[in-house]
Design a protein around this ligand. Structure first.
Ligand code: KIV
Ligand code: NA
Length: 276
């Protein structure tokens, strides 16, 4: 396995290598994904939902993100690690935005940051890139805008909305982002956007016309059951496997079948004799 870097994104698109990306939020999972050879790991603010049990991503803080990004980074050798900037960490001022983006790199060891939006955040994107921090864009269904969208809805269906997405994508490319996540965008629109750009698009619910794909790890492993979006493919049923394992454990504990001798430590009869 070779290290995937900030320049590997555009190179992948030129060489028609489809970029694989998954989320991870902890050391052990990140290590597994890295060993399996995934190109990039996103420490998504989706951790608010799948790790912390919030109903959306709005309560996630910079401290949450730094904590989890540090853990992921320790498990990774080759994958490109992206830290997801949480709600309100890049909205107040350019100064605060830079401070927060810098923390992902300096404190947590991320290779890049991702933030949601196009035109509305383009000044922030430019400032971060000027500070030599690679940026990944994210447009379409941007979950931090859930209160503005009035729910989690597919974006880009109307002509006006679709044109806005194309403009946002071009603006982000011009600003210098290394890739753009397209979330819940009609497949044909995502393909069109991908064709207009020389940087890669990473799709989630955006069809196979994108230049790469990303999924939330709990979704694709079948570990998160609160809500399963249409675009998720379950590559495993780990949730069921985990429950089955835990049921077996409970039963064996109750029956005293576990632990067995091989799971225990010994003491010499000589020492033991002196204890009675
Ligand atoms: O937070 C996240 O997991 C994301 C991906 C769904 C792109 O932003
Ligand atoms: Na996110």
């Amino acid at each position: 396995n070779k290290k995937f870097t900030s320049t590997s994104f555009i190179k992948s698109k030129q060489e028609k290598h489809m970029i694989s990306m998954l989320t991870a939020y902890d050391y052990s999972t990140a290590k597994l994904l890295d060993e399996a050879g995934v190109d990039s790991i996103l420490v998504g603010d989706s951790l608010g939902m799948v790790m912390l049990g919030y109903e959306n991503t709005l309560k996630v803080t910079m401290e949450d993100m730094i904590h989890h990004t540090k853990a992921v980074k320790r498990g990774v050798k080759n994958a490109f690690v992206i830290g997801d900037m949480p709600f309100m960490s890049y909205h107040i001022s350019t100064e605060e935005t830079l401070k927060n983006a810098g923390r992902f790199i300096q404190e947590a060891g991320a290779d890049a940051v991702k933030l949601e939006g196009g035109y509305a955040v383009i000044d922030k994107v430019k400032a971060i890139i000027k500070a030599q921090i690679p940026v990944v864009g994210h447009i379409g269904l941007t979950p931090q805008s859930v209160n503005m969208f009035g729910g989690f809805k597919v974006q880009g269906k109307s002509e006006e909305n679709a044109k806005k997405l194309i403009e946002d994508a071009l603006l982000l490319e011009e600003a210098g982002v290394i890739a753009i996540v397209l979330e819940c965008v009609p497949a044909k629109l995502a393909k069109l956007i991908s064709e207009k750009l020389s940087i890669p698009t990473i799709g989630i619910g955006a069809g196979n016309g994108c230049d790469g794909q990303v999924l939330v790890i709990q979704d694709m492993l079948g570990m998160y059951s609160d809500f399963t979006p249409k675009f998720v493919k379950k590559y495993a049923t780990l949730g069921d496997n985990m429950k089955e394992a835990v049921r077996n454990y409970i039963e064996e504990v109750e029956n005293k079948e576990f632990p067995k001798v091989e799971h225990t430590f010994s003491i010499s009869d000589e020492v033991l004799g002196k204890l009675y």
